[in-house]
Design a protein around this ligand. Sequence first.
Ligand code: ATP
Ligand code: MG
Length: 477
Amino acid sequence: MPVRFFYASVVALGMGGEEIALRLKGGRWGWWGKWRRIRRRIPAAVLTVLHHLQSSGYQAYLVGGAPRDLLLGRVPQDWDITTDARPEQVKAVFPRTFPLGEKFGTVGVLLDDTQVEVTTFRQEGGYSDGRRPDWVAFTPAVGDDLARRDFTINAIALDPLGEKLVDPYGGVKDLKQRLVRAVGDPRVRFGEDPLRMLRFYRFQATLGFRGETGTEQGITAGLIGKVSGERLRDELTKILTAAAPALGLEGLARSGLLTVILPEFGPVWPADPALFRHLVATVEAIKPCPELRWAAFLHDLGKVTTRRVAADGRIHYYGHDRVSQELAAAILERLHFPNTSRQKILTLIRWHMFAADPALTDAALRRLVGKVGPEHIFDLLELRRADIVATGSPSYRARESLAFLARRIEALLAGETVLTRKDLAVDGHEVMAFLALPPGPEVGAVLNEIFRWVTEDPARNRKDRILAFLAERYRGH
Ligand code: ATP
Ligand code: MG
């Protein structure tokens, strides 16, 4: 629903202090029509919790992402309720509650099968550990609670039953102007919790908003070093998987945050803007899955150091896939990626230069799938598709070839004629025993050779045939 509706019809009613309540009036359908449409998009359990709190004499509002998304006509991801009731008072109102960090004022309320989080209005101190506020203090004024929030668009309290908005920082206006603006002095707010600098770009990327200039000027990239790898990872992943990742990634680069968090981008930005644009374009072209987006963003990092100009004047990047994989491995390690995600991202980067030739033989395709793994192969094709699209040159033919390869690989997988090394009918011990080899790299080399031979024709994957092959090859029988 357009914010215009609200904006055009907002009337300020002074409530004293810095709090201003905005009542929605007039408009094409009458204000009650708008509120009714808002209420219809709120789960019944959430409305019931608000109702019970209010009829017990407390204030109760939706806050955070929910009012923002409701006013934008989006579907909120979570429903945060804030109230002047203390945690023990919240527990007295509802028969079924569970603790969710009562020290910070949050109580979980169970209604039917829905969980709703209810948090007491609070003020908070800085985040010297980069994770949790140093202190929190309960307050009876919703305005104090809104003051601790990061951006004006996240600092709106909405009461869908009393049909009231509390918007002391002009969040509705910024929603209308599609602006992300800090609440208060950006330098101070980013100093309190440096993660907010990343959230600033995250909301630009997820909502397609611009960042307010003064807020961006408040960024001090060096402060981000205080934030843990996990929190950086989660916030960067939200930027990468957003609807408009370029808005976030370009902002990260411009502000210097990118190269502080990922120094591996130092030689890319601002030195090689074309390469940076290509990485961002690949992110935009690929499906919005976390691992795919990360692989897209990092896949060509190794191009900077592998760049060579050949005698004929052409530029080559031999081995950049390997170098990119090494740089990406360091990044994913520092950001504490779980093993399975890390493996997937690194595999995709490592093999992104595979020969995508429709004339590949079945044996070559089986080898490719064996090497990359059947669980990653279609994502590898997706990475190549995005890589091609991101070059901006006509790509119809290349994408056709990929689609053709995908169909052939599907057929091979359906026929169970694809093998990975684990599927070989002999293992390293058997090879050592048969060839009287000591443990060492030679065993791996022999297994590789067996693998290549077997993928030529999967019917060869029988122990007797493999041993016969080895006998002929190594023992001259
Ligand atoms: P999402 O749609 O991703 O859930 P959100 O706005 O709900 O977005 P959350 O991280 O769920 O974001 O936080 C809920 C609310 O809490 C925010 O809207 C904001 O008001 C406040 N908030 C969260 N993190 C911070 C922070 N680091 N500093 C200040 N306020 C914050
Ligand atoms: Mg949220």
